[in-house]
Design a protein around this ligand. Structure first.
Ligand code: HEM
Ligand SMILES: *[C@@H]1O[C@H](CO)[C@@H](O)[C@H](O)[C@H]1NC(C)=O
Ligand SMILES: *[C@@H]1O[C@H](CO)[C@@H](O)[C@H](O)[C@H]1NC(C)=O
Ligand SMILES: *[C@@H]1O[C@H](CO)[C@@H](O)[C@H](O)[C@H]1NC(C)=O
Ligand SMILES: *[C@@H]1O[C@H](CO)[C@@H](O)[C@H](O)[C@H]1NC(C)=O
Ligand SMILES: *[C@@H]1O[C@H](CO)[C@@H](O)[C@H](O)[C@H]1NC(C)=O
Ligand SMILES: *[C@@H]1O[C@H](CO)[C@@H](O)[C@H](O)[C@H]1NC(C)=O
Length: 329
């Protein structure tokens, strides 16, 4: 009796041990490449600086690339894969997402120093951070150790990425499946303090909003007038305007001040605040960020780190791509 109890305890212990070791998720760490690619941060920063000096908007495009990567199969550089079934041709990305050539350039510079070591997914994560800093935002420690995925998921890109036409409740759902809460929804959408949007993504608000025969009442008249001129009915849907009309290239909290002044460009932006559709929690958070830039910066950083932790491939999963556009042959 006594010996069989002891045996059972040993079995229980072994079972627990197996359970815990197989459930240990490899964590991302800041110093993942400290010994294998010690100059990584400097190499990426230099390349992002060159790209942003060449075109300021590239900061916004690189930041968005990380978001569109992480929301589809996790932060695994799946968005970088080329091909007709790639994520690049999904509705939210087609003729819209940018920066692939810049990622190629960064990757080449990194490969020159440390060949076959650094994943494309980590390069995108570092570039996004550097883009925020170069635009005036606060720096943070990017966690690293992601590996690159083996498949693109066009269907996933179409279904997981939020659309500017999604009702707020749908946006909230699309964030919550990744463990991102209402603070993350509002803080991360504050990325729209930089960058541009095409007429096609907001023109439905300008003339006959939801069949009312009038523009969206939650856009102030002066902005309606300006955007009607830029985006006439049957005009060029690819014309662009600033997402933050006050301080276009500066990473600041003006995006939230704009929402309070009915100056959001996308319906999904304005919906975070506007009374007829708003979730009272998102409205309160918008107000607090519009009054306190430091709070926004700190929350944004925390949310970026949370977003960067979405389903990373670690250990021996995935691979380190040689060319970010294709899996290794
Ligand atoms: C409800 C969530 C979101 C929606 C519906 C949304 C939608 C959009 C749309 C429609 C555009 C313009 C695209 C075009 O003109 O083709 C855009 C641009 C942009 N988005 Fe978002 N977005 C969301 C959240 C985010 C998040 C979480 C980030 C990053 C953390 C982000 C970063 C950006 C940036 C930086 C741009 C400008 C890109 C450029 O100028 O190249 N967005 N977004
Ligand atoms: C694509 O994404 C969808 C939605 O997240 C997921 O259910 C599906 O398993 C993914 N497919 C592949 C091949 O990764
Ligand atoms: C969202 O999660 C963060 C922790 O990641 C927490 O600090 C914050 O209070 C949460 N926000 C809401 C609205 O629950
Ligand atoms: C606005 O759209 C609705 C529904 O699509 C349509 O019935 C109406 O005629 C339009 N009004 C104007 C002024 O174009
Ligand atoms: C935008 O430009 C692309 C490529 O030049 C073109 O295929 C597409 O039809 C244009 N989209 C709109 C909405 O005009
Ligand atoms: C943003 O710019 C517009 C147009 O120049 C101006 O009317 C508005 O007061 C500005 N808002 C803030 C918060 O500075
Ligand atoms: C806001 O969204 C949260 C999370 O989905 C939900 O629990 C809450 O009921 C919503 N509040 C309103 C006023 O819709």
């Amino acid at each position: 009796m006594k010996s069989s109890m002891g045996q059972r305890n040993v079995i229980l212990l072994l079972t627990l041990l197996v359970f815990f070791t197989t459930n240990v998720k490899c964590q991302l760490t800041e110093n993942f490449y400290a010994s294998t690619c010690p100059n990584l941060f400097g190499i990426v920063r230099n390349q992002v600086m060159i790209a942003v000096m060449n075109e300021m908007r590239m900061a916004a495009s690189l930041l968005r690339l990380h978001f569109h990567d992480c929301f589809v199969n996790g932060c695994d550089a799946s968005i970088l894969l080329d091909g007709s079934d790639s994520e690049k041709f999904a509705l939210p990305n087609r003729n819209s997402v940018r920066g692939f050539e810049v990622v190629d350039t960064i990757k080449s510079a990194v490969e020159n120093s440390c060949s076959g070591i650094v994943s494309c997914a980590d390069i995108v994560a570092i570039a996004a951070r550097d883009a925020v800093v170069l635009s005036g935002g606060k720096s943070y420690r990017v966690l690293l150790g992601r590996r690159d995925g083996m498949v693109a998921n066009q269907t996933g890109a179409n279904s997981n990425l939020p659309s500017p036409f999604d009702p707020l409740a749908t946006v909230i759902d699309k964030f919550s499946v990744h463990g991102l809460n209402l603070t993350d929804v509002v803080a991360l959408q504050g990325a729209h303090t930089i960058g541009s949007a095409r007429c096609a993504t907001f023109s439905a608000r300008l003339f006959n909003f939801s069949g009312t025969g009038a523009p969206d009442a939650s856009m102030t008249t002066s902005l309606v007038n300006k955007l009607q001129t830029l985006c006439p009915v049957n005009g060029d849907g690819n014309q662009t305007t600033a997402l933050d009309q006050n301080s276009t290239d500066l990473f600041d909290n003006h995006y939230f001040k704009n929402l309070i002044n009915n100056r959001g460009v996308l319906l999904s932006d304005q919906d975070l605040y506007s009374s007829n559709t708003a979730n009272s929690t998102t409205k309160t958070i918008v107000e607090s960020y519009s009054n306190d830039q430091t709070l926004f910066f700190n929350d944004f950083i925390n949310s970026m780190i949370k977003m960067g932790n979405i389903n990373p491939l670690t250990g021996s999963s995935g691979q380190i791509r040689t060319n970010c556009r294709a899996i290794n042959s």
